[in-house]
Design a protein. Structure first.
Length: 342
């Protein structure tokens, strides 16, 4: 009696195992049917007292269901992991919110720029003044102007901070005093070059405006870019941006007025850059954009929106240095457009 009882216990365990495997593999119909066949065959063998063969059939049923059971358990485990997944860290959520707000702010800025561009397109060119028939203004040296004069390969003759004195003259080595007031840079260059030929073989002279003279009732400002008459302008009183642009004959149809830049300070060193939305002055009367200019300020009206001021300065700085040597705005425009399209 002991042996049949032991075999019975084994068969009961096998039966429970088969039943459990069948429950785990409910979706695996083919595997379940095959396992059931093994189970029924094993049950038949058991009723006949063929315990070894019955045990073999039960084991086959288990083997058939094992892959399905493992797959089923893995799927259940995966779903459970999803259900109990820990929430995203607070820092991660903050970063997502920050990125979303940043994207929204960027989109609003782009929409605003597009809207302003459409409104600017509707403004007639030259709103600030009549078209100048003279074109580019010629600048003539004035009392108080400060010059840098260099002679190529002759450093002993080069001079910086040469001031046009109250008598209208400048002093230069070997040639003494020269009348400078009322001359253009080109004319003064030719005069110094001609006088130096008596002492230097084929002298090459370069003169640059370091800064314009600032006297009471004589404020000088440079205005360049998409305007009708670029150049240096004198004002009895401290001018505003709109007054300067108006004095230059107004802006062209290519002007981008929502990105006007004022360059202030030493251009060679680290000038201060101020971006102005002049379009708002006309559209909404926002006078906060109509700032007062300082002597020697450079107002630049671009033909495209300036995104980064530091990149803009890298492009325009060499051209402005060249302009201050010739005061030829047309050359500056060509140089700037070739390099950066501004």
């Amino acid at each position: 009696m002991k042996t049949p009882l032991r075999e019975r216990l084994i068969l009961i365990c096998l039966f429970l195992a088969v039943s459990r495997c069948v429950s785990y593999a409910q979706e695996q119909v083919d595997a379940r049917l095959e396992a059931r066949q093994h189970y029924l065959q094993g049950k038949e063998y058991y009723s006949q007292g063929r315990y070894q063969e019955a045990s073999s059939e039960f084991e086959k049923g288990i083997e058939v269901l094992s892959p399905a059971r493992i797959q089923f358990e893995q799927a259940i485990e995966k779903e459970a992991r999803k259900a109990i997944a820990p929430p995203a860290p607070a820092e991660s959520l903050k970063e997502k919110i920050r990125q979303k707000k940043k994207a929204q702010a960027k989109q609003r800025q782009e929409d605003e720029q597009e809207s302003e561009a459409e409104e600017l397109a509707s403004l007639p060119a030259g709103t600030l003044g009549q078209v100048s028939a003279e074109g580019e203004r010629e600048y003539y040296l004035d009392i108080g102007d400060v010059l840098d004069v260099s002679v190529w390969q002759v450093p002993d003759l080069s001079r910086s901070e040469v001031i046009v004195r109250p008598d209208g003259r400048v002093s230069f080595p070997l040639i003494g005093d020269i009348k400078a007031e009322g001359l253009s840079l080109v004319q003064l260059d030719d005069m110094i070059t001609g006088k130096l030929r008596a002492y230097v073989k084929s002298p090459e002279v370069s003169i640059m405006i370091r800064r314009f003279g600032d006297r009471d009732g004589n404020h000088k400002v440079v205005v360049l870019g998409e305007i009708f008459s670029p150049g240096v302008y004198k004002f009895d009183d401290i001018p505003t941006v709109t007054e300067v642009i108006a004095s230059a004959g107004g802006y062209t149809k290519y002007a981008v007025l929502n990105s006007v830049v004022v360059i202030r300070g030493d251009v060679k060193a680290k000038p201060e850059l101020v971006r102005l939305n002049v379009a708002r002055i006309f559209r909404s009367g926002n006078l906060s954009q109509n700032i007062l200019l300082k002597p020697n300020d450079i107002v630049y009206v671009p033909r495209s929106f300036i995104g980064k001021l530091n990149v803009f300065m890298e492009i325009i700085q060499p051209a402005i240095n060249e302009y201050l040597q010739t005061l030829n705005a047309q050359n500056l425009q060509r140089a700037v457009r070739t390099k950066g399209g501004i």
